[in-house]
Design a protein around this ligand. Structure first.
Ligand code: SAH
Length: 206
């Protein structure tokens, strides 16, 4: 899986490749699908959600430009896989998941792997997590109609926010927002398809 990330997808950051090598993805997918855990695809987890394709996890992590001092916020813990990858690089990871069962399971898996610098909580992540702000980097693992404003407010100056944004619930563009003295800089990293971001600054729960 890591060789494909490097050779086929051009992921170069050694910290990202090491982190992906050090987190067992099969531990985060349902038992029946474990033989496919290192394939090149997203997989279903419980509650109709998905664990993202390894390439997307690597790409988003690389775009955050993390180091060992980074404080990171993640929206959409899901299985906890991306949370675990972030925790291998950053100093502290705060993750939010709106589905209670997923949040509890993600936290339990992470502890079982002996990771103590990541915390998962259940609430609406489009509001951010103000108590631990500001963050060096924020990753949103679900697609919303716009960039949630509270997340920009909780970024440090120079901080990076990576978020899928799209006019429909089904497809998005992967956007990186960098907070600058002048306001913000936005970059587009191409098309992608995430599950919907549901919340006050996302899609409505219908
Ligand atoms: N990174 C995850 C992918 C999870 S899919 C992994 O590696 O497994 C996206 C997740 O975002 C889903 O679990 C969904 O429940 C969650 N989500 C959607 N809207 C949310 C919101 N407003 N706040 C927190 N989590 C949200």
């Amino acid at each position: 899986m890591v060789a494909r990330l490097r050779e086929h997808y051009g992921i170069n950051d050694p910290r990202v490749l090491d982190a992906m090598r050090n987190v067992p993805r099969h531990f985060f997918v349902p038992e029946a699908l474990q033989s496919r855990a290192y394939g090149d695809h997203a997989l279903p987890i419980s509650a109709n959600q998905t664990i993202s394709q390894p390439f997307i996890v690597a790409r988003m992590t690389e775009l955050l430009e993390l180091d060992a001092n980074s404080r990171v916020l993640e929206i959409g813990a899901g299985s906890g896989y991306q949370t675990a990858v972030l925790s291998k690089i950053a100093a502290q990871v705060y993750s939010i998941e709106r589905i209670g069962d997923l949040a509890r399971e993600a936290q339990a898996r992470i502890r079982e792997l002996g990771i103590y610098n990541a915390t998962v909580k259940c609430f609406d992540g489009t509001l951010g997590w103000a108590a631990n702000a500001p963050y060096d980097a924020i990753l949103v693992a679900a697609g919303g109609p716009t960039v949630p404003e509270p997340l920009i407010a909780q970024l440090k100056m120079g901080g990076r926010l990576v978020v899928p944004v799209g006019e429909s619930r089904e497809s998005q563009r992967l956007i990186r927002v960098i907070k600058t003295e002048q306001g913000r800089k936005e970059e587009d990293y191409g098309g992608c398809a995430f599950v919907p971001l549901i919340g006050q600054h996302g899609w409505s729960d219908r």
